[in-house]
Design a protein around this ligand. Structure first.
Ligand SMILES: Cc1cc2nc3c(=O)[nH]c(=O)nc-3n(C[C@H](O)[C@H](O)[C@H](O)COP(=O)(O)OP(=O)(O)OC[C@H]3O[C@@H](n4cnc5c(N)ncnc54)[C@H](O)[C@@H]3O)c2cc1C
Length: 421
């Protein structure tokens, strides 16, 4: 049988290729989706190899909101208590400051769950925690600095990958390959999947401001609008994480106005930061995030499945991306563990994972799209003061309606549980 290599044309084959190793499931990408899938499969006794391109988990643009859905899954695995021993913050819902008035549309405290809050924990710590759990299983193999550059294909079926390590190129052969390599997924590109792109109308500058003596800790995500700008503020205990949101494509305009104008714009929205912004000196203290969202029509082909952002890039609105990637992973583990234990996975099983996960993704992306265009987009276009429509204010006062958004944010549109057998 001839093995066809689908290489990445941008990457030169710089090193010799080592003999192939064998595994049952090869997962590309050690983000929340890939890490959770690897852990779930390892717990079921399946041999799993997880390949992560970077040398550690410490990267920019990593959200850090662990929602009740994920905490419940971790609780099922007996890990929630230990996770709570790591330094974290809890937030009970976003508070928006609109026209000088605090508006709190979502309050998790009314939800029926053991974890009625979002846990804010640096993603690097969260992933490190899951990796440490995984390493307790001899059949869990995590390879860092393993940058996947090609798919191995045989008889129209994906049979594994080739990756660039520090020293050489290596091949991993597997019954199933999973692309969990995020929004710029190379696996998706190598497999020839074309995502349908949506176009959120905003970009974000992501920056940190210091916690100063006298700053009270906050259990809310704070947000405010003013003059076509939006600020989202998270208390990360040691510092304030700030997302400065502006209309798509206007970064050069923001920069051209100068650092002083930028600092002033932040203080105009959040006067409390008057002294904090003095720490902002250079543009390289801010990272530009081009907000994107997309969804692949097909998430699988024989021997290959995409999950998480590789299958559907989530906009940061609502901070649900990590949790959706984890839900994908748990559904994949539920559906695929038995076939993997038998050594082979029919494509129908991969289609079943997409069938269970695609519609919750579609629903939440539709909600994000409405919020982005009707609410955030129009707020970014207006220079005057934004008012909350009376219909919205009324909705959030009606007891049987007001908790629907909190439930959707906390658990998604379909509660996912880990099947243990
Ligand atoms: C600025 C910003 C803020 C966000 N904030 C939040 C938030 O607060 N809460 C939230 O829930 N979501 C947030 N999101 C979305 C969230 O980050 C993603 O939806 C989530 O990380 C997706 O998880 P994933 O495991 O699918 O992919 P990722 O987290 O992107 O992980 C993919 C992994 O694959 C690795 N990789 C890539 N290519 C290769 C390769 N060729 N070989 C090997 N490994 C590879 C990458 O290094 C990475 O570790 C935010 C997104 C952005 C951009």
């Amino acid at each position: 049988m001839a093995t066809a290599i689908v290489p990445d044309p941008e990457l030169e084959l710089a090193h010799p290729i080592e003999p192939a190793s064998e595994t049952t499931c090869c997962i590309v990408g050690g983000g929340p989706g890939g890490m959770m899938l690897a852990l779930c499969l390892a717990r079921r006794g399946i041999d799993v190899t997880l390949l992560e391109a970077h040398k550690d988990f410490d990267r920019e643009f990593r959200g850090d909101t662990v929602h009740p859905s994920t905490l419940e899954i971790l609780d099922q695995m007996g890990l929630a208590e230990r996770l709570h021993l790591l330094p974290h913050n809890k937030i009970y819902g976003p508070t928006l400051q609109i026209a000088g008035v605090n508006f709190t549309p979502v309050d998790f405290r009314r939800l029926k769950t053991k974890f009625p809050y979002i846990m804010l924990i640096p993603q690097t710590k969260f992933l490190g925690f899951l990796a440490a759990e995984g390493r307790k299983y001899p059949n869990f193999h995590l390879r860092m600095v393993a940058n996947v550059v090609a798919l191995l294909e045989e008889d129209g079926r994906v049979r594994g990958v080739r990756y660039q390590g520090t020293d050489a190129q290596h091949e991993v052969r597997a019954a199933l390959t999973v692309g969990a390599d995020g929004r710029f997924s190379r696996v998706r590109q190598l497999a020839g999947f074309e995502p349908i792109k949506m176009s959120p109308p905003m970009d974000i500058l992501w920056l940190q401001l210091p916690h100063l003596p006298g700053d009270a800790h906050s259990d809310r995500v704070m947000g405010g609008f003013r003059q076509g700008r939006l600020l989202a503020v998270f208390d990360r205990i040691d510092y304030w994480q700030v997302g400065y949101v502006f209309p798509k494509g206007q970064y050069q305009q923001v920069k051209a106005a100068g650092m002083e104008a930028f600092r002033k714009s932040i203080v105009d929205i959040e006067p409390h930061f008057a002294r904090h912004v003095e720490a902002l000196k250079e543009w390289n203290q801010c990272s530009l995030l081009s907000v994107e969202a997309s969804r692949c029509p097909l998430w699988h082909k024989p021997g290959l499945l995409l999950i998480g952002d590789a299958a559907h890039v989530m906009s940061p609105v609502g901070g649900v991306g990590i949790n959706y990637a984890i839900q994908d992973a748990v559904v994949a583990a539920n559906v695929l563990s038995a076939p993997l234990l038998n050594g082979s996975v029919e494509e129908a099983k991969l289609a079943e994972v997409q069938r269970q996960r695609e519609w919750p993704v579609r629903v939440i992306q539709a909600v994000q799209s409405i919020l982005q265009t009707r609410f955030i987009g129009s707020a970014l276009q207006t220079q005057s003061t934004l008012q909350i429509p009376w219909t919205v204010r009324t909705f959030f006062k009606i007891p049987i309606l007001r908790d629907i958004p909190a439930r959707v944010l906390a658990f998604g549109v379909r509660r996912v549980r880990l099947e243990t057998s």
